[in-house]
Design a protein around this ligand. Structure first.
Ligand code: CP3
Length: 343
């Protein structure tokens, strides 16, 4: 791939492009019959992640079918936590970490690991994916941001209240900081490793950021997100996704990332005004609107692109991942809306 004429990388540099690049969070997934077939062949979700030939295969599947402008490596944000020593399970209810870290001893016992040694399957999957990707398609690596990873590590899985991680941050800031320091270091190493193995750009997922007030975000999450972003500055373009972050967007725009990814709760047109050219914006079609008919998806995606109005620095994406019972035709319509803009 040639970075000087790649559509996604040019949009991340906020160059004027002939049409917006498009990819979707969770574009490889259970809504695709070919994904379900590979998952069955592999024996499960973690088995696909750990076996590079399967991980590369499912990464390539949506590209073959829809021709998105970027492929995101098939893996999960929780994989580095497992490498650091935490037990990790996935079942139909989502991920769980049966031995959460809630004490200083447990935090100190987490290992910092060399990604090439402990997660070599990630690097190998990136190399295999690159070999199978069209030249013009960018390859994305990713990691969870420290706060989102800490939330999973301390809660032991998904949660609505975040009671354990909140107690740790408010009542034992020293232990909380020790955990966040470790995670930030591991995340930065993981991102650098993925770039060394062929990722053209990276995405930092701070899915749970928006559960914090602005002041708590600035105190308890942002310093470590910024540290990671600084650590990988100049290594590859950085896209930072923060869920439900309308209440601290201006702060995110100051982080120096090449792009900020918005979810569907923040209006995109006004967000461009708020960004004032400081970074590109990615997003932000409501993934639940993919449950409409393909014609309606096309109409709504065109409307979203009209709202952007051809401003430089837009990457078309969803506001969150594709849901599993999405009609693949609707994903096709979404991609088509970007492609038909070609001048
Ligand atoms: O296509 C892609 O986006 C690349 C692969 C990818 C997955 N997870 C695959 C996956 C990426 C980038 C992620 C990131 C991830 N994982 C995040 C951050 C982004 C976001 O969604 O907010 C988070 C919070 C996780 C943790 C996680 N993994 C959850 C909460 C779940 C369960 C929800 C669900 O959809 O089942 C997973 C499982 C998961 N990760 C699946 C996929 C395709 C479904 C697994 C399956 O096949 O059963």
């Amino acid at each position: 791939m040639n970075p000087s004429n790649n559509l996604l990388l040019r949009a991340l540099r906020r160059e004027v492009v002939e049409r917006p690049p498009v990819w979707l969070m969770r574009q490889a997934g259970r809504y695709l019959p070919e994904y379900r077939a590979t998952r069955q062949q592999a024996g499960g979700f973690m088995e696909m992640i750990r076996e590079p030939k399967y991980a590369a295969e499912v990464t390539l599947q949506p590209i073959r079918r829809f021709g998105m402008d970027a492929a995101i490596l098939f893996s999960d944000i929780l994989v580095p936590l497992e490498a650091m020593g935490m037990a990790l399970k996935f079942d139909e209810h989502g991920p769980s970490l049966p031995e959460p870290v809630r004490t200083r001893d447990a935090i100190d016992a987490l290992r910092l690991v060399d990604p090439g040694e402990s997660m070599g399957f990630v690097g190998e999957a990136l190399r295999l994916t690159r070999a199978g990707l069209p030249d013009e398609t960018a390859l994305l690596g990713f990691c969870g941001a420290p706060f989102t990873l800490a939330a999973y590590a301390v809660e032991g899985g998904g949660t609505k209240q975040f009671s354990y991680v909140r107690k740790l941050m408010y009542r034992d800031f020293e232990s909380y900081s020790a955990l966040m320091d470790k995670l930030a270091e591991q995340v930065a190493a993981h991102l650098r490793y993925q770039v060394a193995c062929g990722a053209d750009a990276i995405v930092l997922f701070d899915t749970w950021a928006g559960t914090l007030t602005r002041l708590d975000y600035l105190r308890y999450a942002a310093p470590w997100t910024r540290r990671v972003l600084r650590d990988v500055a100049g290594v590859a373009p950085r896209i930072v996704f923060a869920g439900d972050s309308g209440h601290f967007l201006e702060d995110l725009f100051e982080f120096g990332a090449e792009a900020v990814a918005l979810d569907h709760r923040t209006a995109l047109g006004p967000a461009f005004e708020r960004a004032r050219g400081r970074c590109a914006l990615q997003g932000n079609f409501d993934p639940a609107a993919l449950f409409a008919t393909p014609e309606e998806v096309l109409r709504r995606t065109r409307a979203l692109l009209d709202e952007v109005g051809g401003r430089p620095g837009h990457v078309l994406n969803l506001g969150h991942g594709v849901f599993k019972d999405t009609d693949p035709e609707c994903v096709g319509a979404f991609v088509q809306a970007a492609k038909e803009r070609a001048s």
